[in-house]
Write a new protein. Structure first.
Length: 335
């Protein structure tokens, strides 16, 4: 990470070591670990060592992120609270904590605890003043036109997606489902953005980034995981450019003055405007103002006064008739 230039990354997705060894993780009678990782990568001698490691890689992430970039980090109760505190100490601004509720979690074999059926993702901006990207409308559209919530219900990685070694065993114990990375990148990045995964594993982030036409950087030290990632990337084809369009948010709507629509004839002076229920009406003036009785002003000001509200988005409040139906004037500023 120290070899990369500062402010060069739009988004980081990190799936760091879970710190299982320090949590007295329960084991089966045959000494195999119940629900985690049992390798040298996850062996820290104490919490101070784990915290130092965490602070180092998060510091580098913050250096690499652009001012308006965001970071996603996933973990379990073993490590996510320590990570959250450290990233706040470093100046990151937490936007959401997402609960990944697993539809098929691994059972608790010894019956000494609740079945651990979820993991937590923290989504954070580089700083409090970051103008971070959130493709709100795309998330809403993909969720049957309902706001996307912060609890995500999806299965753990399985079936043909789960990579296995020559013995038929899981190649990587915590391989994440591609569906999760698809949602993460679709929500917080744009085509041609650069995505970094500092714990790349078998390359799930890179595979999804390539498919969605994002640039990617993956860092991984395990040779078998690197080999598997290269094989997956070789099979991955980017989506066609025409398929990359996402639903724009209102925040991204072009800034067009209402008066310019009147000037161009897109909405003729004298046109009657109504609210959606036809409770109130106003007349469009030649200067782009609207009038309702004694009230005259912008579409926003008049709409607010008619509702006795502090503010009003006139683009969505006012409608005009088209072929016998009411249509919001907002459609007139779309390409």
């Amino acid at each position: 990470m120290r070899m990369l230039p500062p402010a060069s990354i739009h988004c980081v997705f990190a799936d760091p070591p879970y710190n299982l060894q320090l949590q007295g993780q329960l084991r089966r009678p045959d000494e195999s670990i119940v629900d985690g990782v049992d390798d040298d990568w996850d062996r820290f001698t104490d919490f101070a060592e784990y915290d130092h490691f965490t602070r180092e890689w998060l510091t580098e992430c913050r250096r690499l992120l652009r001012k308006d970039g965001t970071l996603w980090v996933i973990g379990t109760y073993h490590n996510i609270f320590r990570i959250g505190a450290i990233l706040q100490d470093l100046g990151f601004w937490v936007l959401n904590d997402i609960v990944w509720r697993k539809s098929n979690p691994m059972p608790n074999f010894r019956g000494r605890r609740f079945t651990n059926a979820h993991e937590t993702l923290i989504w954070a901006a580089r700083g409090q003043d970051s103008r971070y990207r959130f493709n709100y409308q795309s998330m809403k559209t993909s969720n049957d036109d309902v706001q996307m919530r912060s609890d995500w219900f999806m299965p753990v990685c399985g079936g043909p997606e789960r990579l296995r070694n020559q013995h038929g065993l899981k190649l990587h114990p915590t391989q994440k489902p591609e569906a999760m990375l698809h949602r993460v990148l679709l929500a917080s990045t744009a085509p041609e953005d650069v995505v970094l995964d500092p714990f790349s594993g078998t390359g799930t982030t890179a595979v999804v980034a390539k498919r969605l036409r994002r640039h990617f950087i993956g860092i991984e030290r395990h040779p078998a995981y690197v080999e598997a990632a290269w094989a997956r990337l070789a099979k991955t084809r980017p989506l066609e450019t025409d398929a990359m369009a996402v639903t724009p948010s209102r925040r991204e709507a072009p800034r067009i003055a209402f008066g310019s629509l009147v000037e161009s004839g897109a909405l003729v002076a004298g046109t009657l405007l109504f609210d959606r229920q036809r409770r109130v009406s106003a007349v469009v003036g030649p200067d782009g103002s609207v009038s309702a009785g004694d009230l005259r002003g912008s579409i926003h000001k008049v709409g607010a006064e008619l509702q006795n509200a502090p503010s009003c988005n006139g683009w969505t409040f006012w409608h005009f008739e088209r072929e016998g139906k009411l249509v919001p004037i907002d459609v007139l500023r779309r390409p």
